[in-house]
Design a protein around this ligand. Sequence first.
Ligand code: ADP
Ligand code: GLC
Length: 491
Amino acid sequence: MNILVATAELAPVAKAGGLADIVQSLVIEWDKLGEKPIVVLPKYQFIDCNFWGFQPTDLVLYVPISHWVEFARLWVGKLPNSNVPVYLVENNDYFGRPGIYGDPNEYGDNDRRFIFFSRAVFETAKALQFKPDIIHSHDYHTAFTMAFLKSQYRFDPLFSQTAGVYTIHNLAYQGIFDPKRAMEFSTFGMKEFYPGSWFEHHGAVNTMKVGIMFADKITTVSPNYANEIRLAYFGEGLHDVLSHRGADLIGILNGVNYAEWSPEIDENLFSTYNINNFNEGKLINKYELLRSFGVPEDDNYELPLVGTVTRLAEQKGIDLLMFCLETHLQNNWFRFVILGSGEKRYEDYFRYLQWKFPTKALVQIGYSNTLAHRIIAGSDYLILPSRYEPCGLTQMYALKYGTVPIARYTGGFVDTVEEYNPEKGTGNGFTFYQYNADDMSYAIKRAFEYYQNEPHWSVIRRNGMMKDFSAERTAQDYLKVFKWALEKIGR
Ligand code: ADP
Ligand code: GLC
């Protein structure tokens, strides 16, 4: 199958969160399975083309915007460590900026930037004479591709046999825009915007809805989230739209690229380890991590280490941590380590916590792939109190590294974290259901009952390490959905 992937993020080239990881994993797996994926990505200013080996081509794209045409130059390269072609769309007015989505606040013209990009995706395929069987787009940024496929490009021989699959990674970011701008830039015009039209939601253009309505098949990133978002509580105002398309909405659990996330081959770690020596291996990583944060040698290295690596956003349940961390650290219950960046109020809080507990709250505000790996390997527990979580990747990484997740029982955590049962020796983590700090603290308490308490301590961690959430299975599930999408358009 020729699969054209349109995305705003792609690891390791341009990453803000899990979207980048999963797109990378999918195309690598499809390539291994003999499919023909290509990725189209904006050429952001921060992408180091020399380092990643991207070259300019002679191909110039003519991209219709409103009633005029804008230009872009195409760059080409390979996804690192693979054969997958990656095309970068260069237009510095739109993408010659420091951020992907904003810096730090959302850019005011994200409607125009991403409508331009979604249209450029088709012009890229035309310039390359690439005839896609599937256009696979992700989140609101590339949702307009689904509408273009069914209208402006419907009778183009290159796309007349192409099906559209739209993947929701996070329903909370919907791309809600002023119709006068979005309808004009997208060339549909205001005539297509009326109450109840596929572009309209509560009087605005809702880009997420556009993707959902125009796609042949819609997927989201875990089976449980696929069910949750049909309900008002999780549907972010789009539950009716999702229920309307319910027959075409499928949950596919994200997968892990184990070539990058396996403790036995991970070059970021202080020491690699595997399922036979994880007790010692994890201890070395924990102690080195503590040293790297300057914790004095005589400061009780034995204390449980609870870590997290996260965007500092409301979604991630940071408020629950803010509610009780100070008390718990004051009581010397555990040591806490966090790597994260995002909203200022959260960043400020963790800086304060570090100031107050310099050897108990280990805080790194910022982005670091190496430290992310080290925290996931060196922590005893990973805390994941998300308010909602479409899938979540760090809990799957943690399991592979023998780090025990303590997670809110929501979204993809339900599909991946199973409460430990001490009688049966089953399960790989600890969960709590209600979104409140007491329930979270109680889950931490249950988790600590088994800390260094054998045989449980080894059993829980081994159960996690044996779980296989490989991206190969995910990639195969997507191929099934692609076949259904092709059937839907009569192929
Ligand atoms: P989301 O996409 O909602 O942020 P996921 O759990 O799916 O959540 O994916 C997050 C990804 O981003 C993981 O690979 C995680 O390691 C990474 N990540 C998040 N914050 C940071 C950070 N500050 N530094 C390095 N990696 C981070
Ligand atoms: C989103 C979600 C996260 C998911 C990721 C990759 O950012 O918040 O739960 O794992 O996308 O699909």
